[in-house]
Design a protein around this ligand. Structure first.
Ligand SMILES: C[S@@+](CC[C@H](N)C(=O)[O-])C[C@H]1O[C@@H](n2cnc3c(N)ncnc32)[C@H](O)[C@@H]1O
Length: 311
């Protein structure tokens, strides 16, 4: 009861707060595909060229990402070729002086998310929902392996449509649903309530990868509340977050000031952060229970920690 009341308090916020859920860069160019999703995907391609990363990256992710980028038209074949060159590996490595571990962090993040999905399915989850999926290929790769599980992805129409074109060329999956919705205009609960294939009582794994740092505190709380409202008992939500520093701002280490400024300049400011010790109460207020034992890691990768909460 207590949780329901608290969640209801925030039900107005996130998806009606256009600029809170949308990344500023994305919301400004609403009709253009996401630049941040493109950057993550190219980073994955470059990681495929870095030695040792095959031990961390989920199998098949690099090739699927390359194919998706080209087949969708999001990137040209030349850009993809350049991204998997050793020169590009060196460029990314050079940027690690500022944010140690950040280049490899995407590999760890992708591996973490996929592990959560596989563990969730092992634990009888029958639905997977990826919020702000971008050019992530997990749903497309895992759908044939788990034909009795439904995979849902939501992204802004401009990105989802482009991705849809790529998926069509790569081969549709019967149990993969790409939902093209602007969640700045539609509430997540409404989007899924009208989707015939979505089952509100099903045990579900929700992935919010590289997402919450771009939202306001109220928007994150509301997002988690809505996720709790649309899923069954035993569901989990796996996400990455930037820890808060002593001053309450996202802590990116020695170069925090510069990083916060750079993120703002590129139109994707980091807004939300939280101390790992405050995560439990925050999640409790949002209808979830912090479950660190399921995360499988307490390490910080680049600027992010990974967390899992259950319902
Ligand atoms: C940083 S990218 C992350 C992509 C993916 N999670 C990954 O890590 O590979 C953020 C994604 O959120 C999506 N997004 C931003 N605003 C949105 C909105 N209002 N509705 C739906 N999706 C949105 C963007 O289109 C983009 O694909």
């Amino acid at each position: 009861m207590k949780r329901t009341r608290r969640c209801a308090r925030y039900s107005e916020s996130i998806f009606q707060f256009n600029n809170k859920f949308c990344f500023k860069g994305d919301s400004v160019h609403k009709d253009k595909p996401s630049k941040t999703a493109y950057k993550v995907a190219l980073n994955v391609v470059t990681l495929g060229a870095k030695s040792g990363m095959d031990r961390i990256l989920p199998p098949g992710i690099v090739q699927a990402t390359e194919t998706l980028l080209v087949a969708s038209g999001a990137a040209g074949a030349r850009t993809v070729r350049w991204s998997r060159s050793q020169r590009m590996v060196s460029v990314y490595k050079a940027f690690d002086w500022m944010l140690p571990g950040q280049f490899e962090a995407f590999a760890h993040r992708k591996a973490f998310c996929e592990r959560q999905v596989r563990d969730g399915i092992d634990g009888d989850s029958s639905q997977i929902l990826v919020l702000g999926a971008g050019y992530d290929t997990m749903g497309w790769r895992l759908a044939p392996e788990f034909s009795d599980v439904n995979f849902f992805e939501i992204d802004h129409p401009a990105t989802a449509r482009l991705k849809g074109r790529g998926i069509e060329a790569m081969g549709q999956r019967d149990n993969l649903y790409l939902i093209a919705e602007d969640l700045g205009e539609q509430k997540l609960v409404d989007v899924l309530e009208t989707n015939e294939s979505w089952d509100q009582s099903a045990r579900t794994v929700i992935i919010a990868e590289g997402l919450v740092m771009y939202l306001s505190c109220e928007a994150v709380r509301d997002l988690f509340c809505q996720c709790a409202a649309i899923t069954g008992v035993g569901s989990r939500i796996a996400f990455s977050y930037i820890p808060a520093g002593a001053d309450g701002r996202p802590d990116a280490g020695r170069w925090t000031g510069l990083m916060l400024w750079l993120q703002k300049v590129i139109g994707e400011p980091w807004i939300w952060s939280i101390g790992p010790e405050d995560l439990g109460p925050f999640l409790e207020d949002s209808g979830w229970t912090n479950t660190p034992e399921l995360a499988g890691t307490t390490c910080k990768h680049g600027v992010e920690f990974y967390a899992v909460a259950t319902k």
